[in-house]
Design a binder for this molecule. Sequence first.
Ligand code: PXP
Length: 249
Amino acid sequence: MSATNQSLVRLGVNIDHVATVRQARGTSYPSPLEAAILCEEAGADGITVHLREDRRHIQDDDVYALRERLRIPLNLEMACAPEILAIALDIKPDEVCLVPERREELTTEGGLDVKGRREAVFETVHALKSAGIIVSLFIEADPDQIKLSAESGAPYIELHTGHFCDLRGAAAQEELARLTRGAELAHELGLKVNAGHGINLDNIGSILSIPHLDTLNIGHSIVARAVMVGLSAAVAEMRVAIQAGPRTG
Ligand code: PXP
């Protein structure tokens, strides 16, 4: 894919860690809603939040407030859990990304096991689609998981880029090749391809070499960078990096 095509890649900003700072002190600030509006004004194409079962950062009220005020699409990350599904069906975000969730993890650590949790995943996809919500499955670039994702009826997958972002040298190149093959297979099967996890200003050039990308969902590095330069500048910098297109090495 050419750099021109890749400049169309959309930026979804995950603002979970704005809520992490708030929850650390039990204050009412910083406000994820205010942060989302700043991201919107700075050129974000969408806002992502993860309503975790343990409510460690984003709270139910945050999602309702975002739903009411945002003009750009709201993407809700959630586990295949009946309690969260009921909330999602009430809020009706534009998009839902189904993710695996373990209470003790630091962040979403692996992809969703569509194969191992086939029934729960397929049922959740069906319920969300029936409510008119666009569904994405956050998975590893594994051919079986990709094929089953297509079978589930979800129109999107989000490829887990976290391993690539943690690796260096030949191992990183191997993982990037796996992500590339995964994106190609997904595209052949008619799936749209998002990607996310661990993306920052240093590795985004390599990530942009993955073909058929629709949206990159980026959270931690943007919020971390915002501490230094402000949220609007951090979002704008990421937009510029996307515009610059693929870089290798
Ligand atoms: N995509 C998914 C499905 C995630 O679970 C996360 C982390 O919440 C992200 C993207 C963003 O990852 P990061 O915060 O490392 O940019």
